[in-house]
Write a protein that binds this ligand. Structure first.
Ligand SMILES: [Zn+2]
Length: 328
């Protein structure tokens, strides 16, 4: 990862940080504010590398020295990441951090710490941290990250430089996925399911999303051409793949996208299709259906999603949904 790569998604943040590095005017404390999946930790670690790297070139870390490598693998002795324990970040965690800081000089005098989900600090933890932030020694950098900046105490806000991370647009996310070698149909689907690049890669991992997509296509096809097979496919293929409730919810989302594509085929807005490589099957499905029917089926899927969140048995829920989707 380099600043240029990160800049593709967080241009403004990277520009500010690079500028500060070049002028040797890094702040001693930053607050990274932005929704989940915007790359806050990635930027923090990149900054840590630049801070410790033995061969910095301009504003870029070398990625090869011992410091860069240890930060990359998550075991640099002077880079600390604090995360909530349970629901909160407690005063003990801040005290431990301070203790850590009193052992100086083992590796270097520099220290770098990241406090993730900083809005979850208890009041006493936040006050403990304040003392830290009030006494910058020029040798340490603190990064606080948050998704809820309004919950951070004003006393803290006034002592940090705030950098706002922008959410990834679906187009940017798809572009990123395609650039890393993921095929267009899958990248388009992932772009509909999440705006978190990391989550997208997780779903892609071990072909999970590719298989999920194939199962939805198969089921969509069977519902309108071979309805007698649907319950078997449900039993043998669908339920084993979408085991967890969250997975089943994603399965229903993908099924909903399939029906939305059928609708788009019917009303000839097929330039916006997600299943771009399945036009034949979508047209077949569209021929056997109507706008009214497809709209009804989409409502059925949304209803199934609601019932899923109300803890209905997944198998029962899916069997009932399949019967509704087969109705004319
Ligand atoms: Zn380096």
């Amino acid at each position: 990862m380099t600043w240029n790569e990160i800049s593709e998604t967080q241009e403004k943040v990277v520009k500010i940080i690079k500028n500060s590095i070049n002028k040797q005017r890094l702040s001693h404390a930053y607050l990274f504010d932005g929704s989940k999946g915007t790359g806050k930790r990635r930027v923090a670690l990149q900054l840590a590398k630049t801070f410790f790297c033995q061969n910095v070139q301009g504003s870029n870390a070398c990625e090869k020295c011992a410091d860069c490598k240890r930060i990359q693998s998550g075991n640099h002795p002077d880079v600390h990441i604090i995360q909530p324990e349970g629901q909160t970040i407690k005063i003990e965690q801040i005290r431990d951090l301070k203790k850590e800081f009193s052992f100086r000089g083992v590796e270097s005098v520099k220290k770098f710490y990241i406090i993730e989900d900083a809005e979850k600090m208890t009041v006493s933890a936040a006050n403990g941290l304040l003392k830290f932030l009030e006494e910058p020694d020029g040798q340490s950098i603190a990064i606080l990250t948050t998704t809820e900046v309004h919950r951070i105490l004003n006393t803290i806000l006034s002592r940090v430089q705030i950098l706002s991370f922008v959410p990834l647009t679906p187009e940017k996310l798809i572009e990123n996925l395609e650039n890393s070698g993921i095929a267009k149909p899958l990248a388009k689907l992932l772009g509909q399911l999440t705006n978190d690049l990391e989550e997208a890669y997780q779903l892609y991992h071990e072909d999970w999303i590719a298989q999920a997509r194939n199962i939805v296509i198969q089921l969509g096809e069977e519902v309108c051409t071979r309805p007698h097979q649907v319950l078997l496919t449900l039993q043998e293929t669908w339920l084993p793949h979408f085991k967890e409730r969250a997975q089943l919810n994603l399965g229903l989302d993908i099924l909903l996208l399939w029906y939305r594509d059928v609708l788009r085929t019917l009303i000839a807005t097929d330039d916006q299709l997600i299943f771009v490589d399945q036009i034949d099957k979508l047209e077949k499905h569209a021929l056997k259906s109507s706008q009214q029917k497809v709209s009804q089926h989409m409502a059925n899927i949304l209803e199934a999603k609601r019932r899923l969140s109300a803890n209905v048995n997944p198998q029962l829920l899916m069997e009932q949904l399949m019967l509704r989707l087969q109705e004319g």
